[in-house]
Design a protein around this ligand. Structure first.
Ligand SMILES: [Zn+2]
Length: 207
């Protein structure tokens, strides 16, 4: 598992989804969580930078300290038993939305509507604070991808790649929104178009 987290960190860095020492990745296995250590660069992790913690956040077998956002990760795992992997980062395009406290919901791309519905913004909480943990984790009752006001984005998935694909898709959505805004001719899907998409989604799911 440590190897997979290292590979994912490198991928996030190569895809410009993270920079320097920001962001953190975790993976839950039973009652144990593997999480990146505080102050580490996700693009350049080694096995010592991945800390094992219990569900209360206590580190074991490690010289390094777990990420200061460990309580946010743990709170999400406690709310959502189906989530096994979490990525938090400051990916620039989605974080631009977080900086504006603007949810990502504009109906500009059909597949994004099907994939996300919307990506909400959690109310602001200072990094590593209890408020940040509470404000962000509570949105996971309904969503897998959440923007954090004036901070970044957090995604949960049933494995590391699934979480990565959600993050990458959200970042592409934000990027496309911003570019289409620059073109200044955004054409929103109509309510009827959106209703039809949900009918299609239900059909695809019921097969
Ligand atoms: Zn952060």
């Amino acid at each position: 598992m440590k190897r997979k987290i290292i590979e994912l960190g490198r991928l996030l860095y190569q895809k410009d989804l993270t920079s320097a020492t920001s962001g953190n990745i975790s993976y839950r296995s039973g009652n144990k969580v593997y999480i990146t250590a505080t102050g580490t660069a996700l693009g350049f992790l080694d096995e010592n930078n991945i800390v094992e913690i219990d569900m209360e956040g206590k580190e074991f077998n490690s010289q390094e300290k777990a990420s200061s956002e460990k309580f946010m990760h743990l709170a999400i795992y406690k709310i959502r038993k189906d989530i096994k992997a979490i990525i938090h980062c400051h990916a620039p395009f989605t974080t631009a939305f977080a900086a504006c406290r603007k949810e990502l919901s504009a109906p500009i791309i059909a597949e994004n509507i099907l994939y996300f519905g919307k990506i909400p913004v959690a109310e602001y909480g200072m990094p590593s604070s209890k408020k940040l943990t509470e404000n962000t984790s509570k949105l996971f009752q309904e969503y897998d991808t959440v923007l954090m006001a004036n901070h970044g984005i957090v995604v949960g998935g049933d494995d590391l790649m699934n979480a990565f694909f959600k993050l990458e898709t959200a970042e592409t959505y934000a990027k496309t929104y911003i570019y289409s805004k620059i073109l200044n001719e955004q054409a929103f899907l109509s309510n009827q178009d959106i209703d039809d998409l949900y009918i299609l989604k239900n059909k695809l799911h019921s097969k």
